[in-house]
Structure formats: structure tokens, C-alpha cells
Design a protein around this ligand. Structure first.
Ligand code: GTP
Length: 264
């Protein structure tokens, strides 16, 4: 777990793991599993919740946006709908984010990881100014890794798989941070098909053969374009429900963080 000093000047610090994923991919269950795993393995974790609208969390958060911003009040006061309410709450919280960073810095010696849960609607975090401010604040102070949770059973269709990968790719290019793909729900469907599709586009094209639509031609071309993206990430299979794949996930995070520290 000791990633040590890097040549770039990043001291040994907690690694920030920002968990994102499509609604229903199992993000919250996955984060809960990470929290349980860190506790059971004597890994010193700190938990941060950035979802102002979540009613109950299955895990305790050390830093919780809900302690600072009242989402329902924000909706009322600014006359907003649910998504506008979440976005504005995140904006308000991001103005105080330097204090959050200082708080983590003060505890840096006692922490291995900071596990960050993001709002259920992925684009609220990944495409907002406050999401960018928060991500950049993390990344300029600590080694930061994005964990993109994929619903594996739902990605067994090549077209759905491609949409999911395009989204992950857009996050990589937007944040410019190392990305770990966590293929979740492997208790229901193993993720080997995805690894094959990413490694060999011939296999992916064969899977597309039964689909003769216009989108299948597009999907074929896109799979070639994504070759570079696939080379720039790490993939692991996990099950948030059974706990399978946790060690592999943390290994992938550490390798990504080490690479990040060497590069920046
Ligand atoms: P939020 O958007 O933050 O609410 O999280 P989420 O919607 O991405 O996922 P959530 O954790 O609520 O999980 C969605 C559904 O997937 C729930 O019914 C979970 O029980 C189920 N689920 C999550 N992880 C796994 C898994 O590893 N295996 C199986 N079989 N089901 C899972």
C-alpha cells in the first residue's frame, strides 16, 4: 500500500478513488463493498459522499455534502427541479472545497484511500463546472483515480457495450485522470467477453455480425477508434454483492496512481 515518494513531488498521500457509473450500475453497492473491504483489510480509508439527494447511505461518510447543503431547501429557494437542485447543491459545495482538501491534507499521514461517492445521475458530476472543480482540486493535491463502474450483464450486447465505453472514454478525456473499469455484477455475468472485445476487435466484430443495422457499421468503426483508449486503462471484474475482485481492484488503483505520480 505504500506508494512512496514520486519523482514529480507528490508525497505519499492518500489515493483518491472517485466512483462514477451509470445509474443502476451498482455504484453505491460497490462503494459500500469498498468500505467493508478496507475495514476488513486494515486499509485506512476515508469516505466522502458528494450526492446531496441520497436519502440513506449503507455506509458512514466522514465528509458528507448533506452536512453542508440542504438539497430540498436549495430546490425550494431557487425554484429548481431535482437535477437542478443537485447541480446547484454541488456548486455551493464546490465553493468550499479548499476546506475539504485541507481537511484531508491534515489527515494525509493516517490515510491510504479516500473513497468518493458521486451523484446517481452521472452527468451531473462528469459534465458540470463544479464536478470539474472538485476533480481538479483532488488531482492537483493527491494521486486521483476514477473508478468507472460498468453493469456487466447489461453490457453483453455489443451496442450497449460500445455506448458504455464511449461514455467512459469521454470521462477519461475530460478529466485526464487514470481510469479503472470495474466490471460489476460478475456474480451474474463474467466479464471475460468484455476483455476479449477490448483486446481483439475481430472478436468484437464477430459479435456484431448478427446485427445488420446502420448502427452496427458505426459501432464497428468506433471499436477501431477506441483501441487507444482501451490501451490506456485497467479493467477488473468485481461483484459488489459477493466481494469478488476487491484485491484486483485495489491493485489496479495502485498501479494507476503510481503511473499518475510518475507522469505529473
Ligand atoms: P446510485 O445511482 O448511487 O443509487 O447507485 P446505482 O444506482 O449505480 O446502483 P445501486 O448500488 O443502487 O445498485 C443497483 C442495483 O444493482 C441494486 O438492485 C443492487 O442490488 C444491484 N447490484 C449492485 N451490485 C451488484 C452486484 O455485484 N451483483 C448483483 N447481482 N447485483 C448488484
Amino acid at each position: 500500500l505504500n506508494i512512496g515518494q514520486s519523482s514529480s513531488g507528490f508525497a505519499k498521500k492518500p489515493i483518491i478513488i472517485v466512483v462514477v457509473g451509470m445509474a443502476g450500475s451498482g455504484k453505491t453497492t460497490f462503494l459500500h463493498r469498498l468500505v467493508c473491504h478496507t475495514k476488513a483489510s486494515n486499509i485506512r480509508g476515508y469516505v466522502m459522499n458528494l450526492d446531496p439527494a441520497v436519502m440513506t447511505l449503507p455506509f458512514g461518510a466522514n465528509i458528507d455534502i448533506r452536512d453542508t447543503v440542504r438539497y430540498k431547501e436549495v430546490m425550494k429557494q431557487f425554484n429548481l427541479g431535482p437535477n437542478g437542485g443537485i447541480l446547484t447543491s454541488l456548486n455551493l459545495f464546490s465553493t468550499k472545497f479548499d476546506e475539504v482538501i485541507s481537511m484531508i491534507e491534515r489527515r494525509a499521514d493516517e490515510l491510504d484511500y479516500v473513497l468518493v461517492d458521486t451523484p446517481g445521475q452521472i452527468e451531473i458530476f462528469t459534465w458540470s463546472a463544479s464536478g470539474a472543480i472538485i476533480t481538479e482540486a483532488f488531482a492537483s493535491t493527491f494521486p486521483t483515480v476514477i473508478a468507472y463502474v460498468v453493469d456487466t450483464p447489461r453490457s453483453e450486447s455489443p451496442a450497449t457495450f460500445m455506448s458504455n465505453m464511449l461514455y467512459a472514454c469521454s470521462i477519461l478525456y475530460k478529466t485526464r485522470l487514470p481510469l479503472v473499469l470495474a466490471f460489476n455484477k460478475t456474480d451474474v455475468a463474467q466479464h471475460e467477453f468484455a476483455l476479449e472485445w477490448m483486446k481483439d476487435f475481430g472478436v468484437f466484430h464477430a459479435a456484431l455480425d448478427s446485427d445488420h443495422s446502420y448502427t452496427s457499421t458505426l459501432t464497428r468503426s468506433l471499436s477501431l477508434a477506441l483501441e487507444d483508449f482501451y490501451k490506456n486503462l485497467r479493467s477488473v471484474g468485481v461483484s459488489a454483492v459477493t466481494g469478488a475482485g476487491m484485491d484486483a481492484f485495489f491493485k489496479a488503483v495502485e498501479a494507476s496512481a503510481e503511473e499518475y505520480m510518475e507522469t505529473y
